[in-house]
Design a binder for this molecule. Structure first.
Ligand SMILES: NC(=O)c1ccc[n+]([C@@H]2O[C@H](COP(=O)([O-])OP(=O)(O)OC[C@H]3O[C@@H](n4cnc5c(N)ncnc54)[C@H](O)[C@@H]3O)[C@@H](O)[C@H]2O)c1
Length: 273
């Protein structure tokens, strides 16, 4: 699929994998990229990149991806200024890591301490439900545009109309200390399978990438010791993946319409059982 001239939304686009994906998409000639992030610096990050690019390609939107009225504002503005949003990479994500069960001993009392339900719900909201809604709204953008143009079911004689890449994780198969994150990322597999079956009615593809440990603020927050001892020895590359390597894979998946399912970009991750 030709990306030139298309309109995209990247959530979590002010940092790490999302930010690297914005740069690569700009390099492909995407007309406008809605960069959605809750960080204060989303505006300055976009301004700096636009200066490098020599044009206003990145359009910042500051807000929480779980907020449905914010989501509607973002789509509304991009659609009215640039036309339908046809590419989406909902990359905003968080971790709230802790072992599932610990045991507390206090004054002769022994009690279980179970992973926080509040944290679990927040991780599921941000990492599972939100990306699915940004993805579905993108399909909606394409669908409405087709109806306006008098088109119904997509047919292969037309070009592919849009593409969505969900961001899973190697943790989707289970990872010690990541009960909420692993559950959310595994859930995206079901969403991808369903969306790819439904959205092709409108000519939109949906696939999922499972990155391994990538050198971003999210992973750096684990601390150097954890990375050296628990991460690098379990990869074949013995290094963190660069964000631009994942972004390159995402852009390949967006462009290559033969890609329909799952890509593991995990640096040969092989943790002990
Ligand atoms: N870094 C890795 O090793 C790795 C591996 C596998 C998957 N991933 C996934 O890749 C995606 C990007 O991660 P990253 O490593 O680049 O992280 P990052 O922390 O560098 O970037 C995440 C961005 O998302 C934004 N964000 C978080 N919650 C938000 C919310 N509620 N609303 C709006 N913005 C929000 C943050 O402000 C941040 O800018 C995430 O979905 C993550 O789970 C990362």
């Amino acid at each position: 699929m030709e990306l030139k001239g298309k309109v995209a939304i990247i959530t979590g686009g002010a940092s790490g994998i999302g930010s690297a994906t914005c740069l690569k998409l700009a390099g492909e000639g995407v007309k406008a990229i809605g960069v959605v992030d809750q960080t204060d610096v989303v505006g300055s990050v976009c301004a700096e990149t636009n200066t490098q690019l020599g044009g206003e390609i990145l359009i910042p939107f500051r807000g929480d991806v779980v907020d449905s009225s914010f989501r509607e504002e973002v789509f509304g503005e991009l659609e009215s200024r640039f036309g339908p949003v046809t590419l989406c990479v909902p990359a905003a994500g968080i971790i709230r890591d802790r072992l599932c069960v610990k045991v507390h001993q206090n004054n002769g009392w022994t009690s279980p301490s179970i992973y926080s339900e509040t944290d679990f719900r927040r991780v599921v909201d941000v990492d599972l439900i939100a990306p699915i809604y940004w993805a579905m709204r993108t399909v909606g953008s394409v669908a409405v545009d087709r109806v306006k143009r008098g088109l119904k079911e997509w047919n292969p004689d037309e070009s592919v109309q849009g593409a969505i890449i969900l961001i899973g994780s190697i943790s989707s198969t289970g990872n010690r200390g990541q009960i909420s994150y692993a559950t959310a990322k595994a859930g995206l597999e079901g969403a991808q399978g369903t969306l790819s079956k439904e959205a092709i009615y409108y000519g939109v593809r949906c696939a999922i990438i499972h990155p391994g440990f990538t050198d971003t603020p999210m992973v750096r927050a684990l601390g150097q010791r954890m990375i050296q001892e628990q991460v690098l020895p379990n990869t074949q590359l013995h290094r963190l993946i660069r964000p631009d390597e994942i972004a390159g894979a995402i852009v390949f998946m967006l462009k290559n319409s033969a890609v329909s399912g799952t890509l593991w970009a995990d640096a040969g991750w092989h943790p002990r059982a």
